[in-house]
Design a protein around this ligand. Structure first.
Ligand code: AMP
Ligand code: MN
Ligand code: MN
Length: 358
């Protein structure tokens, strides 16, 4: 167990040091989350549609913590777990109840929403979460004020990943930080920082990653599980998508498009597109990179990335989406051609006006 120390630091399992400290406000918010969890028995953990390494890593970490506290947690996501994260579930048979998520939500006496604050991004689970009428804890690092039902909040847009916030909750509440918990949180940090490369890789992020490594987890084996265990179709889809690259150097705009039907043809899921938008973003002079992907129900997913001071969260917000300054997204109704025309026109205007918040 962690034990509080007089110098404000906390020891994890005897002598290993936790190197971060928490403000008084954060500590208080964290303790409120901890006491709500303490009062609960059946806890449903959920995250956004197409859950990523941050959402799933945060969920798995909380599963281990809650089990150690004698609770009955389950994971109930609106869409299935990508194959690359299955290794995190190996020692947790039956914990992923995403195929019957509504049922899991209806049984819960507490719901924890991770890595989003908007009911809309819960897909078909949104109404179930609202109707359940139990407190909803939200742990998130997006700037959106959120539309979830009431409950304790632990939200900090300065955090690189929701996993960072789960780590802080563990420190503040003196929850045990065991190896499987540390591994899951490391996945959260690793994936949301693009392998500790993006601008959200703060000194604090690396301090937390270091604390996690102190438990003895192996960064290479985690890297191999997450990034080097791809189905053959993934690089094939990447090749087909990169073929579509268009660059407009005058404004610093570049985009790629997933060829309609290509994901199905290769038997892939949206998770297999992780990182593809980094290719147009990595071209010299590009300030905004876009990935277009046709969704079902006449909508198109638009993934946005920026370089320098272009704020794509603001751009996405104006269209009904959200995200962070350098990584945002929105689902826009219309055909692929219509949405491309609309978004590219808006992006050119945005970049011509410099793309910064006024
Ligand atoms: P993605 O392009 O899907 O990797 O998403 C990048 C960032 O934008 C993430 O932080 C998401 O939370 C956010 N985001 C993506 N799609 C949406 C959406 N439809 N609505 C709000 N935020 C989104
Ligand atoms: Mn996420
Ligand atoms: Mn995240």
């Amino acid at each position: 167990m962690m034990a509080g120390r007089q110098d404000g630091k906390t020891a994890v399992e005897d002598n290993e040091l936790v190197t971060i400290t928490l403000s008084r406000d954060k500590r208080q918010a964290a303790v409120e989350v901890g006491s709500a969890l303490g009062d609960a028995r059946v806890v449903a953990l959920t995250s956004h549609v197409n859950p990523d390494g941050d959402g799933i890593g945060s969920e798995i970490a909380l599963v281990h913590i809650l089990r150690a506290l004698g609770k009955e947690p389950s994971i109930a996501n609106p869409t299935p777990t990508p194959g690359r994260f299955e290794f995190l579930f190996r020692d947790l048979p039956g914990i992923d109840r995403s195929t019957e998520a509504v049922k899991a939500i209806r049984r819960a006496d507490l719901i924890v929403v991770l890595d989003i604050a908007d009911t809309g991004r819960l897909g078909h689970l949104g109404p179930a979460v609202v109707e359940r009428g139990v407190p909803v804890i939200c742990v998130d690092h997006h700037a959106s004020p959120g539309t979830l039902p009431p409950g304790p909040r632990y939200v900090d847009p300065r955090a690189a990943a929701t996993g960072e916030l789960v780590y802080e909750l563990a420190v503040a509440n003196e929850w045990p930080l065991l190896v499987p918990t540390a591994r899951a949180l490391y996945v959260a940090l690793l994936t949301d920082t693009g392998g500790f490369r993006f601008s959200n890789t703060h000194p604090r992020t690396l301090r937390i990653a270091a604390d996690l490594l102190e438990t003895g987890i192996d960064p290479e084996s985690i890297y191999l599980d997450v990034y080097a265990n791809a189905p053959e179709g993934r690089p094939r889809l990447l090749a087909e998508t990169l073929e579509t690259l268009v660059v407009e150097p005058e404004l610093g705009l570049a985009w790629v498009t997933v060829p309609p039907g290509a994901m199905e043809r290769h038997g892939l899921t949206p998770d297999d597109l992780e990182g593809v938008v980094e290719f147009p973003r990595a071209i010299a002079g590009v300030r905004m990179a876009i990935l277009f992907r046709e969704l079902s129900q006449g909508r198109v997913k638009v993934s946005l990335r920026s370089v320098g001071d272009v704020d794509v969260a603001r751009f996405a917000h104006a269209l009904g989406g959200g995200g962070h300054a350098k990584a945002a997204g929105v689902a826009v109704p219309g055909t692929l051609a219509q949405v491309q025309t609309q978004i590219l026109r808006a992006a050119r205007e945005y970049l011509a006006g410099n793309g910064r918040p006024q």
